[in-house]
Design a protein around this ligand. Structure first.
Ligand code: AGP
Length: 606
């Protein structure tokens, strides 16, 4: 996803803009650029490829300046190229943009008729020329208000103006944008992570806001130009130095961190002395609602699918789950007695944010389960349940997935007990089991001796299947997603019981198939499904859990037995070998593990 940086200072800014762009590299991008004002004139340097290449060009042109904007671009309109890289400049202004301007074609025609010549294929360039046009007859503020009204679609903008060394303009609709506060300087950034190396004092623009940032002051305005005060957050410092440490990849570190992030999350929600779940900010009585709707994308959606099984088994509520990009366009029958839960690691996923906004427009009860507590989804929901797993940099989500499932399980247990669906004894045994989850996770992480070689087989396969029943089915989907996004290998997660209804035709000699068969109610049937695929030549990796009964395992290729744990918590443990399988497959292929091709850590466009 694109990333924005702006700095206005009484000191040189170029190198800090470049360093901050590097903090945004995790979002995924294909080109980069920077523009500064030197003696009031706009100077821009752009390149296709990495920030390192941009830095080389900056040094070659000796680009300086005490006010500047920078951008890493993830192509939406126009192929990845130097000319399409941001910033986009006219004679008067230079603009960086995250988002999509949906009416850019019409606006481009309007501007071309007025004599403007376009150099790029991007929607963003329209903004530079539109601002230039309106500046001819309007004040700065009037120009901003009128231009933003003309733009349809989503944007986070950073704009500098020829001859105006005193301010940078920022604006936001749909795509997040933050302001950072420093000594005799201030900052603009598409997320707090990019600004954390310079400050931990951050404000956020709300949808429709614009801001005028000077060295010594920041002004916020709503879309009508009325001044407003946006809250200043003091961000946590523990993430300030989140680095790889001894690991080669962030993803590797984040997989190994899971025992401690599970502990951190449990410590936030469970009082070990009273053996109770504490969700202090829960504003409703559980009998206020009769149903729960869970919404998310990708891995977050998979955590919602697992939670559906937990909630159906442990509460009297009707539970439904939807992919955010589908939910937001369905004809939803909103119900006052529903609770809408939005799960998102970044808290900035455009589809999930739009689904939340739709629910808020219909005055529904909303809850956000996020990792980034300063994010848009967190700020706009009625209540937030953080997952407390610390910065997750790897684009492929790992520790955040277990964190999402953990918070959903804790919430489910709280609701179940508050509804008196389970008694105190069962409630406390569930809590006791949760307290052993971190240790079981630690043991399961060690079960990776075979996975290095198994990963090579999956990496070089034509395709693979991941099968499971019950709450192992969403984990099968998650395992397939991990392999797809890291090793670029086709992989399909499927309900094990569905294979005979078509996909069995895919099975051929030597095809690697993961079968998730924990010793739950589905175990025997899943083993039968496993035999069906083995009989047709599949190489089966069976993932089950330790048990006194011998595993039915003739003819299987490989087997991994995760720790014995309460059945409901098995989804956490069987996920770990799948994370490692995908990691080793990507290692075998030599791919960029933390930044897979075409992907972004936070998908802030629809
Ligand atoms: C997960 O490995 C993927 N990178 C992706 O599916 C991700 O889960 C999805 O884009 C949702 O992101 P969010 O949790 O930040 O909303």
């Amino acid at each position: 996803m694109c990333g924005i940086i702006g700095i206005i200072s009484n000191k040189e800014v170029t190198s800090r803009i470049v360093n901050s762009l590097r903090k945004l590299e995790y979002r995924g991008y294909d080109s980069a650029g920077i523009a500064t004002l030197v003696r009031g004139n706009i100077n821009e340097v752009k390149c296709e490829g990495r920030v390192d290449a941009l830095e080389k060009d900056i040094n070659k042109f000796n680009l300086k300046g005490e006010i500047g904007i920078g951008h890493v671009r993830w192509a939406t309109h126009g192929k990845p190229s130097k000319i399409n890289a941001h910033p986009h400049s006219s004679e008067e202004v230079s603009v960086v943009h995250n988002g999509i301007i949906e009416n850019s074609t019409i606006l481009k025609k309007f501007l071309e008729k007025k004599g403007y010549v376009f150099k790029s294929q991007t929607d963003t360039e329209v903004i530079a020329h539109l601002v230039t046009e309106y500046l001819k007859k309007n004040s700065l503020k009037e120009t901003i208000i009128k231009v933003l009204k003309k733009l349809h679609g989503s944007f986070a903008l950073g704009i500098i103006f020829k001859g105006q060394n005193d301010f940078i303009v920022g604006a936001r609709r749909g795509s997040p944008l933050a302001v950072g506060y420093g000594p005799n300087e201030n900052y603009l950034g598409s997320d707090s992570y990019a600004l954390k190396s310079m400050t931990n004092k951050i404000s956020y623009l709300d949808d429709g806001d614009f801001c005028i940032i000077g060295k010594d002051q920041v002004q916020f305005f709503d879309n009508k130009g009325v001044k407003k005060n946006n809250k200043v957050f003091n961000l946590s410092k523990e993430d300030l130095n989140y680095e790889k440490g001894d690991y080669k990849y962030f993803m590797e570190k984040e997989i190994e961190e899971q025992p401690s992030t599970i502990n951190d999350c449990i410590n936030e929600y469970i009082d070990k002395h009273s053996n109770k779940i504490n969700i202090f900010n829960f504003p409703w009585k559980v009998n206020n609602f009769k149903s729960i709707v869970l919404v998310g994308c990708g891995t977050a959606f998979h955590s919602c699918l697992v939670a559906k099984y937990w909630l159906e088994q442990n509460t009297s509520l009707d539970i439904s789950v939807d992919i955010a990009s589908e939910f937001r366009y369905r004809k939803i029958r909103f119900k006052k007695d529903s609770l809408y839960i939005f799960v998102s690691q970044s808290g900035e996923t455009a589809d999930t944010y739009a689904a939340l906004d739709l629910c808020k427009q219909n005055k529904m009860k909303t809850c956000a389960i996020v990792n980034v507590i300063e994010s848009s989804i967190a700020r706009d929901a009625d209540m937030v349940l953080p997952i407390y797993c610390g910065q997750e940099i790897g684009v492929a989500s790992t520790k955040a997935f277990l964190g999402q499932m953990l918070v959903l399980y804790i919430l489910c247990t709280k609701i179940s007990f508050d509804q008196k669906y389970i008694n105190k004894k069962v409630y406390q045994s569930k809590i006791k089991n949760l307290l052993s989850l971190s240790n079981s996770t630690k043991k399961t992480l060690k079960l990776d001796q075979k996975l290095l070689d198994i990963g090579k087989v999956f990496a070089n396969s034509k395709g693979s299947m991941f099968l499971g029943r019950g709450y192992s089915y969403p984990i099968a989907l998650e395992g397939a997603l991990k392999l797809k996004e890291l090793a670029y290998v086709h992989a399909e997660g499927y309900p094990a019981g569905e294979m005979k209804h078509g996909p069995l035709a895919l099975i051929e000699e030597g095809m690697p198939v993961v079968v998730l068969a924990p010793r739950d109610e589905h175990y025997k049937k899943t083993i039968s499904n496993m035999q069906e695929v083995i009989a047709r030549g599949a190489k089966v990796l069976l993932i089950t859990n330790k048990n006194k009964d011998e595993v039915i395992s003739e003819n299987i290729w490989e087997k991994i037995e995760v720790d014995q744990l309460d059945q409901e918590l098995i989804p956490f443990l069987i996920t770990i070998p799948l994370q490692k399988l995908a990691f080793y497959s990507a290692l075998e292929k030599g791919f960029d593990i933390d930044k897979p091709r075409n992907l972004a850590k936070s998908v802030t466009v629809e």
